[in-house]
Design a protein around this ligand. Structure first.
Ligand SMILES: [Ca+2]
Length: 330
């Protein structure tokens, strides 16, 4: 005959006390039930809500399922490896005592955000600048330029460029633009006859379309503003005209990859108008340390090395570096 000695009795009491302690409800919304199954991707899963105190393992057993997990609010997930009739299984579970609801599990997916790994554009790998500024991180965070119109005040844009207007995939990143030289908004008036504006537009918003390059903001819309001629030159009054047209037609960002040493009143007025309407103006710094901006307007410090209009206080000046992080000459 087996007799417990005093130590065994003491140990038993302590174990019972410990079990009592750990079985006290904690007030959490989570059920305290260990699952007994491995997740099988191709299996069927039923999300079942039970009444308080109902044993999920028992419900799983009576349903011919495995208990995959338990969760808050007395929800549990039953996993079925094989099912012939989903609605019959559902009904069979629903009629069990203690079952409040049951619903087949639904799989959700994150939005179709651009990630570096899923970019198929052939020249993307060579676009070291995108990686240097960690553009894919911005895309994943949702900053793809979607819903933003960027006016490119430049030589115009190639209106048929497949990296901006991709008919085969029905992807289009151009909106109606303006030719500030001829003061025309007729379709085609803003066609590029130089190439610079098209290149700038591509850097900003080339489509992620398995073709060519990818822009920094591949879902932004480009508004081509032709203010510079076929030689890449344009006068202040024309550039100002283009800026004002862009502001009045919905541009939120105005890109000015142009520069000179002189500050002029008409261009200042256009910049201030755009800024007053909430536009972000971005200009080239020019990277020439010997730029000596004109001080007539009193807003630019002479000899600071930033070209105008990038040097204007309302314009975000952007410099350029090369692949080795050295300053470039443009
Ligand atoms: Ca592309």
């Amino acid at each position: 005959m087996f007799r417990k000695n005093h130590n065994q009795v003491l140990l038993s009491v302590l174990l019972i006390l410990a079990l009592l302690f750990f079985s006290v409800p904690t007030g959490s919304a989570y059920a305290n039930q260990e699952p007994d199954a491995e997740y099988i991707p191709e299996a069927y899963r039923l999300v079942v809500q039970l009444t308080e105190g109902t044993d999920p393992a028992a419900v799983a057993g009576q349903s011919g399922a495995e208990l995959l997990r338990t969760g808050p609010f007395n929800y549990c997930v039953l996993q079925f490896k094989h099912i012939e009739d989903r609605s019959a299984v559902l009904q069979q579970v629903l009629v069990q005592p203690g079952v409040l609801s049951a619903e087949w599990s639904t799989t959700y997916q994150v939005g179709d955000l651009l990630q570096g790994e899923n970019i198929g554009d052939p020249e993307y790998k060579e676009q070291w600048g995108l990686h240097r500024i960690r553009a894919p991180h911005a895309w994943v965070a949702g900053a793809t330029g979607k819903g933003v119109i960027v006016a490119v005040v430049d030589t115009g844009v190639d209106l048929d460029h497949p990296d901006l207007m991709d008919d085969s995939r029905r992807l289009y990143n151009l909106v109606q633009g303006y030719n500030a030289i001829t003061q025309s908004a007729e379709p085609g008036a803003e066609q590029d006859d130089h190439g610079h504006g098209t290149a700038v537009a591509g850097v900003i918003a080339a489509l992620a379309n398995d073709l060519g390059i990818v822009g920094v903001a591949p879902e932004a819309m480009i508004m081509p503003i032709k203010a510079m001629d076929k030689n890449g030159k344009g006068e202040d009054s024309i550039i100002a005209d283009g800026i004002v047209w862009a502001v009045d037609h919905g541009a939120r960002i105005i890109n000015l990859s142009i520069g000179a040493e002189s500050q002029t009143q008409v261009l200042d007025d256009a910049i201030l108008y755009a800024a007053s309407k909430g536009c972000l103006l971005v200009g080239a710094s020019g990277n020439a340390a010997d730029y000596k901006a004109d001080r007539r307007m009193g807003s630019i410090t002479s000899g600071h090395g930033v070209a105008y209009p990038g040097a204007h206080p309302e314009v975000l000046a952007v410099a350029a570096t090369d692949e080795n992080d050295r300053i470039t000459d443009f």
